[in-house]
Design a protein around this ligand. Structure first.
Ligand SMILES: [Fe+2]
Ligand SMILES: [Fe+2]
Length: 345
């Protein structure tokens, strides 16, 4: 086990251009024209282009519609927001802890932007709830994660993975923590996203869905960032790229998918108009396979190469979220793109 060294505040003897993603030499001065990884500056610009402010999205219609949701829809709406609020809160803090050990000033800069975006995500949950419910209900929703057992089990899975790294920051725990990160940002958010997009396609809660779409757009970049960090860490530290690690990735994603399916059945099941539990389970398995493939590993589930909820790509892929997409009705559910299957990956 090799411990990670914390990045120094500055180092006059080290070059500005980092010599290694972890345990490397770096002066810690950031010159975007003198970085080791050429993808970091374009990613930084993309993250900035995503900038959005929650209360610029109108929730006046959502406030009225919330009252007319079915009881099951309202319950799912509340619990999913409670879940997302927990995950984004933890994520803000976790990203800064990871950042402490990245010996590349361009990557620590990206982590700062990522953390800032997580803060915005959290603000959006406060804004939504304060717009559609009373303050007592809002307080209760922000407490769900402490008492709801299905939610707790799911969140504990991530938190334990993060804590293992925080308590013992070795190289091995670092790459493992990144797997938990990709599960959080690239899998655990997605059945929640599906729920809000399903409401939107039924023309319900369009303001909330629009914000969820902005969050989704940010998360896509966060997943790419952590995926790149993992790949480059394994490349620079080939001793970490073992069969044992591949087995860990497989088992971890499998367990995550099981927890996600359990949560999906609990929160959505067959109680929500427009989403079928079997379809959601297939979607979760498809997303699991997609993420492990992106990370460079074998799929966890046999089959599940195509997105069973094809309508969702219209929402997931809406990277021009500022174009008032959610103020119009989407009629062409058949739009597809590479995100709908990964044969080409
Ligand atoms: Fe987030
Ligand atoms: Fe994120």
């Amino acid at each position: 086990m090799t411990m990670l060294k914390m990045r120094k505040l500055y180092d006059t003897n080290a070059p500005n251009k980092s010599t290694g993603i972890i345990n490397g030499e770096s002066s810690n001065v950031l010159n975007w024209d003198d970085t080791t990884r050429k993808w970091t500056y374009p990613m930084y610009k993309n993250m900035l282009r995503n900038f959005w402010i929650p209360d610029e999205v109108s929730l006046i219609n959502d406030r009225n519609q919330y009252k007319s949701l079915s009881e099951e829809e309202r319950e799912a709406f509340n619990k999913i927001i409670g879940l997302l609020a927990f995950l984004d809160s933890v994520q803000t803090d976790f990203s800064s802890k990871v950042s402490d050990y990245l010996t590349d000033s361009s990557l620590s800069a990206l982590m700062s932007v990522l953390a800032f975006q997580e803060v915005i995500h959290n603000e959006s949950y406060t804004y939504v709830l304060s717009s559609v419910t009373d303050s007592q209900t809002q307080d209760e929703i922000f407490e769900y994660w402490k008492t709801d057992e299905v939610l707790l089990e799911r969140n504990k899975f991530i938190a334990d993975g993060y804590n293992a790294f925080i308590e013992l920051p070795t190289k091995e725990n670092f790459v493992r923590a990144i797997i938990y990160d990709v599960i959080l940002e690239g899998l655990f958010f997605y059945s929640g996203f599906a729920f809000f997009y399903n409401l939107a396609r039924n023309e319900k809660m369009l303001g909330t869905a629009k914000m969820i779409n902005f969050i989704n757009r940010d998360e896509q970049l966060h997943v790419s960032l952590f995926t790149n960090i993992l790949k480059e860490t394994l490349q620079e530290n080939p001793e970490l790229d073992t069969e044992e690690f591949a087995a860990f990735v497989h088992d971890c994603f499998k367990k995550a998918a099981e927890l996600e399916i359990k949560w999906g059945n609990y929160i959505i099941g067959n109680n929500i108009d427009g989403i079928h539990a079997g379809e959601l389970e297939s979607y979760i398995k498809f997303m699991t396979n997609k993420r492990v493939r992106e990370l460079g590993f074998d799929p966890v589930f046999e089959g599940y190469r195509r997105n069973p909820m094809r309508w969702i790509s219209v929402y997931n892929d809406n990277t021009t979220g500022k174009a008032d997409f959610f103020e119009t009705t989407v009629t062409d559910y058949n739009l597809v793109d590479a995100d709908n299957d990964f044969d080409s990956l």
